[in-house]
Design a protein around this ligand. Structure first.
Ligand code: IPM
Ligand code: MG
Length: 355
């Protein structure tokens, strides 16, 4: 199992180190320690400031040699916003065709949610966000830039193939998740306004649904979905949505599961030979670099997702149970920003719980 570790910027390397610590430990406990091969890649803001490149020219080819990628965080205070996001994060997602952004929304025991009277039984759903199309394609441009007549366009691109593969993945996942409360897949879009692009999503969703009679198909407009995620999160099982809407609703969902210290995501290419990349949802928080204040649970959660994707289900499960043990006991009721432990102490607590 060859894993590339891109610590990235700010506090990224610190949380990635805790993820690696847990990965090594679970590999030993589950007996695949000999197969685990870790490679650190120093790609990110510092490299960009020195060389003008966030990653080497053959970066994508290098990554194709790995089974999985663990990413810390992207975003450097001395690099203008948008550059590293595009060159590191988005170029990797697009270049490796990681067409699924998988974001489980699960309130771990003991973790505080800002939602009144909601607990772990109520907050447990998954968002499948399309990850290679939509407004993220960078299509568009300026005319008469900097003049009063300036025109700017930014075009959302949707393809039949692109939405179909994402929707099919979401139906498969809903079936596999087999929620005892009922298997339900909710398409989240805006068909009442985006009457071309989201019409394509709507028609494709309904066609693919025919192949999954065991899954209840459901639809929400994105604005209504934002209300219901707050009011009735228990309504959801799996959500499938477009790239931009998925970006927004997964921050909303991230905060109801306890915030950026716990939320993780996977950029997944589920096709044979595909290389997937797992990351905590939080940013690089550069002002906290070296302070030990960032919760590594999100990164450890990303490690569990990576193990699951790589077919190490027992190890994934073991890491997940250890996380839930730690949040439910030692770290119980520590509200956001007050972990009660340093970054590496939280990693140690998870190691103890693993064993
Ligand atoms: C995310 C982030 C990225 C996105 C940014 C950093 C480009 O917000 O992973 O959700 O918009 O996809
Ligand atoms: Mg986002």
């Amino acid at each position: 199992m060859k894993i590339a570790v891109i610590g990235g910027d700010g506090t990224g390397p610190e949380v990635a180190a805790e993820g690696v610590k847990v990965l090594k430990s679970v590999a030993k406990l589950e007996g695949f320690e000999k197969e685990l091969e870790l490679t650190n890649l120093d790609w990110g803001g510092d490299r960009y400031l020195k060389t003008g490149e966030a990653l080497p020219a053959d970066g994508l080819d290098q990554l194709r040699q790995f089974d999985g990628i663990l990413l810390g965080a992207v975003g450097h205070p001395d690099v203008k916003p948008g550059i590293l996001e595009r060159k590191l994060l988005l170029d990797l997602r697009f270049g490796l065709d990681q067409y699924i952004n998988l974001r489980p929304v699960k309130l771990f025991p003991g973790v505080e949610t800002p939602l009144k009277d909601k607990g772990p039984d109520d907050i447990d759903f998954v968002v499948v966000r399309e990850n290679t199309e939509d407004l993220y394609c960078g299509a568009g441009g300026f005319m008469h830039k900097g003049t009063p007549r300036e025109v700017a366009t930014q075009t959302a691109i949707y393809t039949r193939g692109g939405c179909e593969r994402c929707i099919r993945y979401a139906f498969e996942l809903t079936r596999k998740r087999n929620n005892p409360k009922g298997k339900k897949l909710t398409l989240v879009a805006k068909t009442n306004v985006l009457t071309t692009g989201h019409d394509l999503w709507w028609r494709t969703f309904n066609e693919v649904a025919e192949e999954y009679p065991d899954v209840e198909k459901d639809y929400n407009h994105v604005d209504a979905c934002c209300m219901w995620i707050v009011k009735n999160p228990e309504y959801y099982d799996v959500i499938v949505t477009t790239n931009m809407f998925g970006d927004i609703i997964t921050d909303l969902s991230g905060i109801i599961q306890g915030g950026m210290g716990v939320a993780a995501g996977g950029n997944i290419n589920p096709d044979p030979g595909g290389v997937s990349m797992f990351e905590p949802m939080g940013g690089s928080a550069p002002k906290y670099t070296g302070t030990g204040k960032i919760n590594p649970i999100a990164t450890i959660n990303a490690v569990s997702m990576m193990l699951d994707q790589l077919g190490q289900e027992a190890a994934a499960e073991r890491v997940m149970s250890a996380i839930m043990h730690v949040t439910g006991t030692k770290m119980k009721s520590q509200s956001a920003g007050k972990m009660g432990y340093s970054t590496s102490e939280v990693g140690d607590l998870v190691l103890d719980a693993l064993a």
